[in-house]
Design a protein around this ligand. Structure first.
Ligand code: UD1
Length: 376
């Protein structure tokens, strides 16, 4: 008798989830023993924050959409839980797979674990030790209620052990986001092509000496008017020495409008697609960012990165990679940017950031599900 397939339910919600889940979906779907279903919570919903990623990452359309949209943290988290719970009860998955640290990740992990459905967490164990970050709260809580903790770097295991998590649950598979990066590189859109399309042919000569890329979206940076104004002052100074391309997150666009600020020399644009972003960072002299993903992607590509935060939950990007955590003081940012453009910080690609992390994850998850089934 052929036994029925085991059910895996994967959840995504916001932009940084898509490039982590895409390779996992692909790898899991190669196993006939598994039925893999995808739910999109709808935390991110703009075409350029969501749909374009599905197309470019080759992810089939989600099987279910919860369409929760934007709201306060409590409301957004509650909406995901409320809409996901009946679906979990209907589908009765054998495991729920979540990734990263966004509100959708926490909400899905909570809803599943309360129904006694085991949770597997991709990118477990990262810690900034800064509880003012909403993501840090999400990380700590998701890891506490997960049954399998897939880690991207070795520091994660020590963090999890410190929190009393059984080391048998922790599985180092490497970095799935780098799997997506490898897959996207042959399709990366060159910066010159993007600049010509978005700013016109006359902007092209400005790129001849290279350019920097800027992204900002953390509430601690953009929602604090004094901090944000200081960062923009630094960016203005840098942009008079080297062109700065700045794809602006919707939250950040709102805060720039609130400040009534213009940055005439900066090449500001709406959020770019994944292949565009990969093209921008691959060819950049420098990346300035408060994103977690970009810290890792620049390390994988050997591109200098300055993190405009006081800390990072991804220390390997500093210890082994090309990242430097420089804070938000404008004078320091300018000084570090000049230094970074003057000479590259040598870096190496961390272990397990090799494009094959999803295969390792899928093989492990299949074995785990089989073992569990055998015990049932
Ligand atoms: C969320 C994640 C953050 C991640 C980031 C990537 C949490 C707590 N934060 O932050 O970890 O790094 O995504 O972008 O989950 N908006 C739109 N269109 C969209 C989505 C958002 O206009 O498609 C606007 C809305 O005004 C919304 C604001 O952006 O209120 C913030 O969106 P939200 O998902 O709450 O948080 P992010 O700042 O995107």
């Amino acid at each position: 008798m052929v036994s029925p397939p085991m059910r895996v339910l994967c959840i995504v919600g916001a932009r940084p989830n898509f490039m982590k889940m895409a390779p996992a979906l692909r790898a899991l779907r190669t196993y006939r023993e598994l039925t893999v279903t995808l739910v999109h919570t709808g935390q991110h919903y703009d075409a350029e924050m969501s749909e374009s990623f599905f197309e470019q990452l080759g992810v089939p359309q989600p099987d279910h959409r919860l369409e929760v949209g934007s709201a306060t943290h409590a409301v957004q988290t509650a909406r995901v839980m409320e809409r996901l719970e009946p679906l979990l009860m209907e589908l009765t998955p054998d495991v729920v797979v979540v990734c990263g640290d966004v509100n959708s990740t926490l909400a899905a992990a909570l809803a599943a674990s309360k129904l006694h459905i085991p949770v597997a967490h991709i990118e477990a164990g990262l810690r900034s030790y800064d509880r003012r970050m909403p993501e840090e709260i999400n990380r700590v809580l998701v890891d506490q209620i997960s049954e399998i903790l897939y880690t991207t770097e070795k520091s994660a295991k020590a963090n999890l052990q410190r929190e009393g998590i059984d080391e048998d649950k922790v599985v180092f598979v490497g970095n799935l986001m780098i799997d997506s990066l490898h897959a996207a590189l042959p399709h990366a859109v060159p910066a010159a092509e993007q600049v010509e399309r978005r700013f016109g042919r006359e902007a092209l000569p400005r790129l001849s000496g290279g350019y920097a890329v800027l992204t900002l979206h953390r509430p601690s940076n953009v929602d604090e008017p004094k901090t944000f104004a200081g960062i923009l002052d630094a960016v203005e100074t840098i942009s008079s020495e080297c062109p700065v391309i700045f794809p602006v997150h919707p939250r950040t666009a709102g805060r720039i409008a609130d400040l009534g600020r213009t940055l005439p020399k900066v090449l500001m644009t709406t959020p770019v697609s994944y292949r565009e972003m990969v093209g921008l960072i691959r060819d950049a002299r420098l990346v300035l960012t408060d994103s977690g993903g970009l810290q890792e992607e620049t390390t994988a590509l050997g591109v200098p990165c300055l993190t405009l935060r006081e800390n990072t939950e991804r220390p390997i990007t500093v210890e082994e990679g090309t990242n430097r955590v420089v804070g938000t003081d404008p004078a320091r940012i300018v000084e570090e940017a000049r230094a970074a453009m003057g000479g590259r910080k040598a870096g190496r690609v961390p272990e397990g950031w090799d494009g094959a992390a999803a295969q390792r994850l899928a093989a492990h998850l299949l074995g785990w599900l089989r073992a569990r089934k055998a015990l049932a």
